[in-house]
Design a protein around this ligand. Structure first.
Ligand SMILES: Cc1cc2nc3c(=O)[nH]c(=O)nc-3n(C[C@H](O)[C@H](O)[C@H](O)COP(=O)(O)OP(=O)(O)OC[C@H]3O[C@@H](n4cnc5c(N)ncnc54)[C@H](O)[C@@H]3O)c2cc1C
Length: 394
């Protein structure tokens, strides 16, 4: 698939693309049935990740020559949305891993990183990231941690704020200042891997939602191999597709969560309709309103993915208007998920409020709030506010 986008405009269950269908089936058969247990016990979704590995989805973005499938961002965005319908934690694992395979494909130009990309595909390695840092928070344009580049081997020590599925990953990508003398924004990105990597947990992950991501804090110490360092500055990687792909992949989770909430409300209203044949349940109108918002979210996600694809062909992903649109997508989809879950709750009433009902919105409602803070909406809006002051067009 390159220029087929209709899949993203309808329900994920109806999508026909290869990766969307595979993700939907994994969601239906594996991730969904385990999602409440994953949530209740704040445990890693082992079953879903094993199925993702077996299906080839973890390496789908990588080039065919490296053992991948050359899947497009639109396809993987659709797969993440489909999986998030069933289990947002599993979908986030796929999204976070995929943004690292995207970077490997696009920026992993050295022989060492190309060999690593092949190994990721051949061995189905799972990649986590330890970018945010205690003392800095979510602003990844700055680092306290520095690569000790004058020792042999080179080393790092980092207080990572949150590393999703850090304990279960085969590789951890992180960012640091280039050297102890480098400024806080002179950063590079590199892979760390056991046995040269040690991760000592510094917090537990007992969160409101997205509990299956197991995003504990860690004290990270590692010896860093020069072969596993990206050959360009972090800022170049972020501007040249890294930041854009991150937004697209993570935001697919929030749209999938909105789909899940809407589907529960839909099922509830249909059941009410079956009980009173010949009349339209009062909640049907609320559902129709909710469908309007859901369609806006779907369309926004697809049109942004499409714009990414077109701009990339023209070598213009750094287009300022597009960067602004990406941040707007983040704010829009994350708040859509919260709003849809809340509205679905008011449609389902007590059946949605109960945890033991097929219409329960418990997990979806809690998970949806994660989107608002996973990359601060305030930060996104402030960045756009500054840009708007300089731009002639909105
Ligand atoms: C489920 C989940 C999984 C995660 N997984 C990972 C992971 O795998 N790897 C990783 O590195 N990190 C991960 N994180 C961390 C995440 O990426 C962010 O770094 C983190 O959520 C931000 O934490 P914070 O809100 O304390 O900090 P900040 O983003 O620094 O925000 C602190 C406060 O300041 C406000 N604020 C920030 N900037 C501005 C501004 N410009 N204007 C006004 N207000 C502002 C925010 O709204 C917030 O209230 C995860 C987080 C979550 C929730």
């Amino acid at each position: 698939m390159t220029d087929y986008w209709a899949d993203g405009l309808g329900a994920p269950a109806d999508a026909q693309g290869k990766w969307e269908r595979i993700a939907w089936e994994i969601g239906e058969m594996v991730a969904g049935p385990n999602s409440n247990d994953v949530d209740r016990n704040a445990r890693f979704p082992h079953e879903a990740v094993a199925a993702l590995k077996e299906s080839g989805l973890l390496s789908a973005l990588l080039p065919v020559t490296h053992g991948g499938d050359d899947a497009t961002m639109g396809e993987i965005s659709g797969a993440i949305r489909a999986l998030a319908f069933h289990c947002a934690s599993s979908a986030l694992v796929l999204a976070m891993h995929s943004l690292e395979t995207f970077s490997l494909k696009r920026h992993g130009l050295t022989p060492g990183l190309q060999a690593l990309a092949k190994e990721v595909a051949a061995e189905n390695l799972l990649i986590a990231n330890a970018n945010s840092e205690v003392g800095i928070g979510g602003d990844i344009s700055r680092s306290i941690c520095a690569l000790q580049n004058e020792t042999n081997p080179m080393t790092i020590e980092k207080q990572a704020l949150a590393v999703s599925y850090g304990e279960y990953a085969d590789l951890v990508v992180t960012i640091a200042r280039r050297s102890p003398e480098a400024s806080e924004s002179d950063q590079i990105m590199f892979f760390c891997r056991p046995p040269q990597l040690q991760m000592e947990p510094t917090s537990v992950w007992d969160s409101i939602g997205l509990r299956g991501t197991c995003s504990r804090g860690f004290r990270i110490t590692a010896e860093v191999s020069p072969d596993l360092i990206y050959p360009m500055p972090l800022a170049t990687m972020i501007n040249d597709g890294g930041g854009q792909s991150r937004q697209l992949l993570l935001n697919s989770v929030w749209v999938g969560l909105a789909e899940a909430a809407a589907a529960r409300a839909h099922a509830f209203v249909r059941e009410a309709g079956r009980r009173s044949i010949g009349t339209t349940p009062a909640t049907a109108l609320r559902l129709a309103e909710l469908a309007v918002e859901l369609q806006e979210g779907r369309s926004l996600l697809v049109s942004t993915a499409q714009r990414f694809y077109e701009l990339d062909k023209m070598g213009d992903v750094q287009n300022a208007g597009f960067l602004m649109a990406m941040r707007s997508l983040k704010v829009s989809t994350s708040t859509l998920a919260v709003r849809t879950a809340t509205e679905a709750l008011s449609i389902c009433g007590i059946a949605g409020y109960r945890r033991d009902s097929p219409f329960s919105l418990d997990r979806i409602l809690r998970d949806s709030h994660g989107g608002v803070i996973m990359g601060s909406n305030e930060r996104n809006l402030q960045d756009n506010a500054q840009m708007l002051l300089a731009r002639k067009q909105i």
